[in-house]
Design a protein around this ligand. Structure first.
Ligand code: SAH
Length: 219
């Protein structure tokens, strides 16, 4: 996959993996290889392309952002994927994180609230040849129950509390990774053990856009 002309960005990407990910302690070979492969510059607006591999988030329109490469890789690593899993992602955004997941997982189910972002992400991912992704426009708080249970779940927008439907749709023994909170947010890994009990581990402070509810009023 990820087969379009790379415009000479492969070396920049390799340097990003070494300088931003390996240097900060990320080690999972599947994640590092995925980060080496996915052409991040296709997922940012044309005027930001030159900065696509820099060490920070970038705007993608509609007041949303594509996460910093390190955070994308960290969240993926914390899911503990070994290949072939069925993964639910909430907050498709640019589709970049979706692509990283699709490099490793068997199938990715991705949900985005804003139709314009969802459609643009789908165009990019299809042009790059990813054929193991299902797309849904809707409120990710509800998850995507038709395809549950999932082997891993990730949200890239922050709710104030853990959405109960996501917990329900996670298979036992599996992990959910998401930002939680309002101004002060933490990246949290939630593991559902074989008896259905949850354990939470706080990974690092983060700043994500809020997980909006489809019933919220714009005012
Ligand atoms: N993972 C993305 C970053 C997304 S930013 C990337 O790699 O580019 C967070 C995204 O979550 C935004 O696109 C926002 O529109 C979306 N979002 C916010 N609330 C949501 C909700 N309730 N359901 C689904 N998506 C939501």
């Amino acid at each position: 996959m990820a087969s379009l002309d790379d415009n000479g960005y492969a070396a920049t990407r390799a340097a990003m993996v070494e300088g931003q990910l390996v240097r900060r302690g990320l080690r999972d070979p599947l994640v590092l290889e995925a980060m080496r492969r996915v052409p991040r510059h296709y997922f940012v607006p044309p005027e930001s392309q030159a900065y696509a591999y820099d060490d920070y988030p970038l705007p993608i329109g509609e007041e949303q952002t594509i996460s910093q490469p390190y955070i994308v890789a960290l969240m993926t690593e914390e899911l503990g994927l070994t290949g072939g899993e069925r993964v639910l992602e909430i907050g498709t955004g640019s589709g970049y994180q979706t692509a990283v997941l699709a490099e490793i997982a068997g199938h990715v189910y991705t949900v985005e609230l804003l139709p314009s972002l969802a459609e643009e992400a789908r165009r990019t991912l299809e042009a790059l040849g990813y054929d193991n992704i299902s797309y849904r426009i809707g409120d990710g708080w509800e998850g995507w129950s038709e395809h549950a249970p999932y082997d891993a779940i990730m949200a890239t927008a922050a709710p104030l509390e853990l959405p109960e439907p996501l917990v329900e749709q996670l298979a036992t023994g599996r992990r959910l990774v998401l930002p939680l909170g309002e101004i002060e947010q933490d990246l949290v890994q939630v593991t559902k053990d074989e008896s259905g009990c949850l354990s939470k581990r706080v990974l690092t402070p983060v700043r994500f856009v809020p997980l909006r509810r489809s019933t919220e009023r714009e005012d």
